[in-house]
Design a protein around this ligand. Sequence first.
Ligand code: NAD
Length: 433
Amino acid sequence: MFARRIAVVGAGYVGLTTAACLASLGHHVVCADIDADKIARLRRGEVGILEPGLPELVTEGVAAGRLSFVVGATAAVTRPGLPVEILVLCLPTPMGEGGAADLRAVRAVVDEVGALLPAGCVVVNKSTVPVGTAATTAGLLGRADVAVVSNPEFLREGSAVHDFLHPDRIVVGSASQGAAERVAALYARLGAPVLLTDAASAEMVKYAANCFLAMKLSYVNALAGLCERLGADVLEVTEGMGHDRRIGQTFLSPGPGWGGSCFPKDTRALLQIAESVGVDMELVAASLRQNDTTRELVVTKVRAAVGGPLAGRRIGLLGLTFKAGTDDLRDSPALAVAALLRAEGAELVGYDPAHPAAVPGVTDGIEVVDDPIDVAKGVAALVVLTDWPQFRALDWAALAGVADAAAVVDARNLLDPDVLRRAGFRWTGLGRG
Ligand SMILES: NC(=O)c1ccc[n+]([C@@H]2O[C@H](COP(=O)([O-])OP(=O)(O)OC[C@H]3O[C@@H](n4cnc5c(N)ncnc54)[C@H](O)[C@@H]3O)[C@@H](O)[C@H]2O)c1
C-alpha cells in the first residue's frame, strides 16, 4: 500500500473519524477545521464528540506522527514539506432553502484552496451532496490537473470508527478512472467491496440509501399504529418480517420518529432534487408525513397516560439524543416530541446519559437533570424517547416512589413491561396490541 499525504477538511463526526482512521491505516493526514477552539482541543488530545475508539485513534495517530491538526483549509494544503496528494472534504451540508442541501461550506473551501492545490491532487467529497456536485466542483476549480471524486460516507454516529474500518462497501465515483482508483486504494487494507462508478451515481447512492432507511422506519412506525388498532404486537410482526432475508432484521424497531443530522435533511434534499427535474418521489414525501404522524401519536399516548390535557403537567423525558450511543442532538426526534409536549403546555424535565446539563439554544424549555431519579420527581408521566440500554437497568421502584403518577410511555419499546408493572408503573409501548 502507498501511504498517501492527505488533507481532511472538517473535523466533525465524519472528518475527524476519517482523519484518524486514515492515519491508522498508515496514511499521513493533516486535519483542518475552521473552528480554532476545536483544533486547539484536538491538539491537546481532547475529542469533543462521543465516539467509541476515536480518542484512542487520535492519540495513536498523533503519537505516530501521522496525524496533525491545523486551523483552516489553506494551512492544510500549504504546509511545508511534501505536497498534499488527496484533499478530502467532510464539510456540513445542512438543509438550505426549500429543503435543498446548503453547499456553501463546500464551495467556500473549494474557492479558498482551489488555486493552491498541487498538480495531480485529487479532491474527494465525503459530504452528502446533490447529484452533480462533483461536476460543479470541477467547474469551480477550473483545474484540468486536479480530479474530483465522490466518495460518500456511510458511517453511523455512535459506531463511527467501527463503521469506517469495517464498511459494508466503499463507493467511489469520478469522471477520472485513475483518480477513482487512487481513492479506492486508500482503503485497500479494509478488504471491503468497492464500487467504482461515475460521480453522479456515487452521489446518488448516498441519498438513495438514506431515504430507503427512512422509508423503512416510517413503514414500521405506520405498522405499529396499525398493529395497535388491530390487537397485533408489532414486535412479533417485525420479527416475523425480519427473518425474510430480502427484508432483514435491522431498521425494524418502531420509535418516536426518525431524526438525527442526516435523514431529515437528506430526505428533503432528495425530494428537492427530484422536484427540480420533474420527478415525483411520493414515497419519500409520504415517509416524511408519516414521521410527523408518529411524533403526534407519542403525544397522544402521553395525554392518555396522564388522563387529559397536558397544560401544567410535569412530564419526565428519558433521553434527548437522536439515538443511543451518541451525544448528537441535531434534529433529535426526542426534542421534536418535547417541542410538541411543550406546545400543549407541559412542563418538561429531561435526563440523558450523554448530556448531564442543559445545552443552551438546543434543550431550552427542558429542565435537564443529571440523575435519573430527578427526572421522575413529581411527574405525571415518564416518556422513553431514546434507546439508551441503561434505562432498562434503572431502579424503577425508586422512580415510582418519587413520581406523582407511575405511568411510562415507552416510545422505543425498550423496557420490559413486566419489570415496570412489578415496580408499580402503568406501561404503554408502541404497537404492542
Ligand atoms: N454525521 C453522520 O453520521 C454522517 C454520516 C455520513 C455522512 N455525513 C455527511 O458528512 C458531512 C459532514 O457531516 P458531520 O456530521 O461530520 O458534520 P459536523 O457538523 O459534525 O462537522 C463539520 C465540520 O466542518 C467544519 N467546517 C465548516 N465550515 C468549514 C470550513 N469552511 N473550513 C473548514 N472546516 C469547516 C465545522 O466547524 C465542523 O467541525 C455532511 O454532509 C453529512 O451529511 C454525516
